[in-house]
Design a protein around this ligand. Sequence first.
Ligand SMILES: NC(=O)c1ccc[n+]([C@@H]2O[C@H](COP(=O)([O-])OP(=O)(O)OC[C@H]3O[C@@H](n4cnc5c(N)ncnc54)[C@H](OP(=O)(O)O)[C@@H]3O)[C@@H](O)[C@H]2O)c1
Length: 323
Amino acid sequence: MRAIAIAKPGGPDVLTLVERPRPEPSRGEVRIRVRATAINRADLLQRMGAYPAPPDAPPDIPGLEFAGEVEALGPGVERLAVGDRVFGLVGGGGYAEELVAHERTVARIPDGLSFEHAAAIPEAFITAHDAIVGQAGLRGGEILLVHAVGSGVGTAAVQLGRALGVFVIGTARTPDKLERARALGMNAGVVPDGDRFADAVRTHGEPAVVLELIGGRYVDEDIRAVQVLGRIVLVGLLAGARAEIDLSGILRKRVRIFGTVLRARPLEEKIAAMRTFEAQVVPLLQRGLIAPVIDTVMDLDQAAAAHQRMASNAGFGKIVLRC
Ligand SMILES: NC(=O)c1ccc[n+]([C@@H]2O[C@H](COP(=O)([O-])OP(=O)(O)OC[C@H]3O[C@@H](n4cnc5c(N)ncnc54)[C@H](OP(=O)(O)O)[C@@H]3O)[C@@H](O)[C@H]2O)c1
């Protein structure tokens, strides 16, 4: 099979098209003919040598999500059959024509959704839904603040917020991304003044939940912006892992701040996240209430250009690779 491997830690040019033996499914696993995958920030970090693959994933083939067809069944597989159209998450190995995954970490693709659209869904929608609903307990009628509203995860969160009936405030560093997010259901938008946004956000209302994709000094502003008993979910650290924050705001408002990652979770927790996705998010896709937002589609051998596109911060939504 063809795959994209990281030849050595470095820039996008270390991504190399290679031939690899096709993986064989173990007990409970299926082999999938990948038709499309999508790029994530974690892939860029892995390429630079800053985020090694977990032990159960290929060490040098990045890629955390996929859409494709079941091609072979390992022993004991019960839920899936050869030919099923599926999408899901893996700890790595997505930039390849074939991969293996546990049958309970994949879900069937709704009818009418292309592989390219399906590949743009798992990481963004599972991350966003798990963070704002599963962990922060967002409820209809509350206010949700979504940072980097034009990101893959941000565009998913805005739509989930709209589907849940919450008022969504978004931030982005350029007004055009806010404009595009309005079309997805965002109610109000703020361009931060440097890393200051709390006062501007509060003119629209006090968020109950913050989906924090930026980290760094944004967290102190989140604490200033949220309502009493607000919940801040730390999902990404694009502006850095260290910041000075005013602890008194956490005390006074009784704020909860918690962090989350998908990739490092043990298999049983990934299975639980996928089953929740299948029960609560896939029906919204089927009813057309939410949809993946695609920035660009490229071929597998253009992985380096896809990484450059993501690092440029110019995109809106997901960057997809056809396999
Ligand atoms: N914890 C998890 O399990 C998990 C899973 C998936 C993703 N993530 C994290 O979630 C975040 C979003 O991922 P994604 O794939 O959706 O991102 P993405 O599509 O690449 O978009 C990221 C956007 O963030 C904004 N941005 C970048 N650097 C920034 C900075 N220093 N300050 C302010 N804004 C900045 C840029 O938009 P503007 O310039 O327009 O503002 C950029 O387009 C990343 O940190 C990623 O690592 C975490």
